[in-house]
Design a protein around this ligand. Structure first.
Ligand code: FUB
Length: 342
């Protein structure tokens, strides 16, 4: 690993502003944090393990060349972060070729499940699943990707005894190349290229009882504006790009995601995991770095936003995970966070 520097409370971003919070670890580069609190009360972060590579930066994320997953563990907010050894390596996933991107995890009946996207040998993103008896692995991958899976950024949401998988991402995430049910390698590099039509949606499917398959055909999660109309492809400040995360507070379901090329983390609320969801606002203003990706979890009496930026490296491909408190207003709206100190 490259020695990591620039980890101090005085570190400043490109425009001289101080960071709101500091990286959870400086041992390795980490990104795309999916945080969970399991039965032992500790917090585990399932994220990407960024590495330096030869690929040039491009609009399809070819420079994100990750090859394995390493899980972070915290006993207390602000406490020491344990960086566990490799939990799953691409070489041990029979169907996968490269680019082990943003994962998530779930727990059911004593088994931990790791869901992860990777490119298969034809260059199409698929979603795989791997199991372990330990929250930190090692995980053993199923020999094939989940049947009918495509695109990136799986996250798993548990509700009412069911588990739902939510996934998708445009541009390098290939959602726009999967509109017919088969991957089209010659499809658009970005999105539907129809700015006045409804934007592409994240997908949701209930998981099977054994957690290894989709129990139903993935459905679109509709995201509407305040007038009840679907957000349009050209509405780049608000439309879905990648990094979908679902959580519930009271009876309200929150769907949050990244707007990608406009660099916001935003959210929408609804009354069912399947939607429709109505756009509500921003969670996080742009960080230092191109991508923004997060999770939201309650832990030790507070709500937390896990996110990433590039404080340690200054390079988009080498990110570091952070956490900060997330607060709600009395009406359930989320207070927008500035990743820099004013
Ligand atoms: O880490 C690779 C990709 O970058 C993720 O899958 C996206 O969400 C973005 O963070």
């Amino acid at each position: 690993e490259v020695p990591l520097t620039n980890a101090s409370a005085d570190a400043v971003g490109p425009d001289g502003r101080k960071y709101l919070s500091q990286p959870l670890t400086t041992e390795i580069y980490t990104a795309d944090p999916s945080a969970h609190v399991w039965g032992d009360g500790k917090l585990y972060v399932y994220g990407s393990h960024d590495i330096d590579g030869d690929a040039q930066e491009d609009d399809l994320g070819g420079h994100f060349e990750m090859r394995d997953y390493r899980i972070l563990e915290l006993a207390e907010p602000g406490g020491k972060t344990i960086v566990h050894p490799v939990a799953l390596d691409v070489k041990d996933v029979p169907w996968a070729d490269k680019q082990m991107w943003a994962p998530d995890a779930a727990f059911k009946n004593g088994t931990y499940y790791l869901y992860f996207p990777a490119k298969d040998k034809q260059g199409a993103f698929r979603i795989g699943v791997a199991t372990s008896q330990s929250p930190v692995g090692p995980f053993k991958a199923a020999p094939q990707p989940i049947k009918g899976s495509f695109s990136i950024d799986p996250s798993v949401f548990a509700d009412g005894g069911e588990h739902y998988i939510i996934f998708g991402g445009i541009w390098g995430g290939q959602l726009q190349r999967n509109t017919t049910g088969t991957y089209d390698p010659n499809g658009s590099k970005t999105d539907l290229e129809k700015p006045n039509e409804p934007a592409l949606s994240p997908k949701i499917a209930k998981l099977s009882g054994d957690m290894m398959e989709f129990a139903e055909k993935p459905r679109d999660i509709q995201i509407l504006d305040e007038a009840g109309k679907p957000l349009l492809g050209g509405d780049t400040n608000r439309r879905f790009f990648e990094a979908a995360w679902m959580h519930k507070r009271g009876d309200t379901y929150y769907l949050s995601y990244s707007t990608g090329d406009t660099h916001y983390l935003v959210y929408a609320t609804g009354k069912s995991p399947y939607g429709p969801f109505t756009y509500r606002g921003r969670i996080l203003e742009p960080v230092n770095g191109w991508t923004s990706h997060h999770s939201i979890v309650d832990w030790k009496g507070k709500s937390w936003l896990f996110y990433h930026d590039v404080q340690l490296s200054g390079q988009t491909r080498l990110r570091n995970v952070k956490m900060t408190e997330l607060k709600y207003n009395p009406d359930g709206s989320i207070q927008t966070i500035d990743p820099f100190v004013k």
